[in-house]
Design a protein around this ligand. Sequence first.
Ligand SMILES: Nc1nc2c(ncn2[C@@H]2O[C@H](COP(=O)(O)OP(=O)(O)OP(=O)(O)O)[C@@H](O)[C@H]2O)c(=O)[nH]1
Length: 450
Amino acid sequence: MPWSQRSLVDKIRSLSGVLLLFLFVVIVYSFFQLRAIDAEMREVANVDIPLSQQMDQLALIQLHQHLLMEMTRRQLEHVEQQHKKGQLLNELESYSQRLVDSAAATQRIIQQGLADGDIVDKMVEHRRALKAIEQIESLHETYEQTLLSVFQQARLLNESEWQQLEALDSQLDEQVETVVLQLQQLTTEIAHYAEKHERQFLLINTLLGVTALLVGLLLTAHIIRSFRAAIGALHQQLDSIRNAFRQTPLPEHSWLKPEDELQQLQQNLKTLSESLSKELINRDQAEQELVELATKDALTGVYNRNKWNDLLKTEISLATADNNLAVLIIDVDHFKQINDQFGHDVGDKALIVLAQKIEQLLNRDGLLFRLGGEEFAVLTRTNSAPDLRLLAERIRQNVAELQVDNVPPMTVSIGVTYLREQDTAKSFVKRADNLLYQAKQAGRNRVLIE
Ligand SMILES: Nc1nc2c(ncn2[C@@H]2O[C@H](COP(=O)(O)OP(=O)(O)OP(=O)(O)O)[C@@H](O)[C@H]2O)c(=O)[nH]1
């Protein structure tokens, strides 16, 4: 699958794998290189340090040789020194012993290095030094023999013999000097070789480390970028949802740090959820209001004609079995006069007070509707004539007792009828309407039941 189409988790997993591989390579490389460097350091310790000691030793032996020559000169020039012959022999023996020991030790160190070393093996100078030491040994042998024969003869040397001895002495001295210089070169080479190797190790290790760091940074940057992109997408979705609800704009969220973005996202989700719940509550309220508007009369708060039409049919269909339903059509007498005399507002108030009174009298035993103007209707589940008459009369009498501002007592005419077997909604209401009309005709402020 192409890289761009892979999931975020997949990408992070792959980059983490590369990073871990790099770290693994760094660790393995460091482990083997440290082992090699450790071996080299041992070799330096086994070769370099002993060789330096032998260089010091050879320098001392040179001094010893100079001393020996000086003593020899004195003895041969002054007859009175002849008795010191034994001391000279001892001195020669000690010097020779030191030189032979030092040469042997130096050879041993170099050969040991050549036998098992990685560094020494590569150095041509070591073999050259070994040869130079061999030359010291052969020169020393001649020098020692010559001195021994001089001491044993115990005579004065002529000029040419003395020059020969001095030539031999300086040859040996120079050879020792040469060996010391060669050893110095060797130790410097070994130290340089080890240092160079160490530097290489540090360089490669640093390169690998920096690469691992870059991979790590790349990985982190990629994770952050992907994370921010995901959060950005979520913000956009939230914004579009928010716009859909037309709420207060959510706070700015660009150029925020990841942790701030998370907090911001959390805050936005909280705001959105609050907006949603507010929206739901508002919708419920709006729905409720719509229902109220559709079914309730705006002035008095009782059911309106729409509800009347609905409920009349429903109640008739429910009451079909036992005809247990009655209707009261109530109309205020000469209501126009109230409006005319006291104004429309007072008329409104009178209608509100009247509706409240009738509802109170019904006490949930019936439903009150305003059919229009000053005309009301009551639906009640009864077919008992005495009960109905009692209810209608109570309404009529209580309305007459109402006090609205300075309005003289109101009266109402009421037509009452029961549901009959063959009744339709229309015939049922029509009968009540006719009774109301008759009540009006008969002088108003009365109840007619049929
Ligand atoms: N204040 C007020 N008046 C209303 C409202 N609706 C209808 N009216 C008035 O009610 C009056 C009804 O008058 P009419 O139909 O002549 O009836 P009436 O004066 O009550 O006479 P009868 O019914 O014959 O006793 C009219 O003047 C309407 O303007 C309303 O909501 N508020």
